[in-house]
Design a protein around this ligand. Structure first.
Ligand SMILES: [Zn+2]
Length: 217
């Protein structure tokens, strides 16, 4: 196995192995997928809808679109082998779906009734529709149209109230929809000390009537 690591500082480290090879379940076209042995979120930017950018933790797509036949599929269901030559290393890497492709995947029931897959696609669509400020004190206007509302309400129905992360997601969906009392009701149930600063920021946004996504400090 040919291991190598990328590092800028000692704590900024991601370990990759040879890419994984997989074939489109529709037409067998070969694709590669990043083979991350370890990563972390140091140096990352985090937003209140759960979206993040972390140099040492790339978002490996669960769903992707075949570059040959256009089929949207869950790559986690595909058998994979580790690439062992430079030739196979150069096959196209699977990419994340854009907003139109996410809508197409949901419309075609690509998730085939699997709750976790539908949640994944709807969360990625939610992220794709959210304007994203890059500075903590900046706000970006969020306009809630019918498509936004439909996706947010579907997500609220799919998520349960057991996990802290899901409570934060539900609080945020409600805040995005302008349902600030509901946002505050959900956020008051988040007790983990780890989330304390984030809870404070979400509460402040709800109390000031701000419905758009915020960047966490
Ligand atoms: Zn294909």
């Amino acid at each position: 196995m040919n291991l190598f690591s990328l590092h800028q500082e000692t704590h900024l480290i991601m370990i990759l192995s040879n890419p994984l090879l997989l074939n489109c379940p529709g037409c067998s076209a070969p694709h590669t997928c990043i083979n991350m042995l370890s990563g972390n979120t140091f140096g990352g930017i985090f937003w209140s809808d759960g979206c993040y950018l972390a140099p040492m933790l790339p978002d490996v797509p669960r769903f992707t679109k075949c570059y040959v036949c256009g089929l949207i599929f869950n790559q986690q269901n595909c058998p994979k082998t580790e690439s062992e030559s430079e030739e196979t290393d150069s096959y196209p890497e699977i990419t994340t779906l854009d907003k139109e492709e996410l809508i197409a995947a949901l419309g075609s029931n690509a998730y085939k009734g699997i709750k976790e897959d539908e949640i994944y696609l709807r969360i990625r669509l939610w992220w794709a529709m959210n304007p994203r400020p890059f500075h903590a004190n900046e706000t970006k206007a969020l306009t809630v149209d019918a498509a936004y509302r439909e996706n947010a309400l579907a997500l609220l129905n799919l998520l349960d109230d057991q996990e802290e992360d899901e409570l934060i997601t539900k609080a945020e969906l409600n805040r995005n929809l302008g349902q600030f009392d509901e946002c505050l009701r959900y956020i008051s149930k988040v007790k983990d000390k780890y989330n304390e600063k984030r809870v404070k920021q979400i509460k402040a946004a709800a109390l000031s009537g701000q419905n758009s996504v915020i960047r966490f400090d």
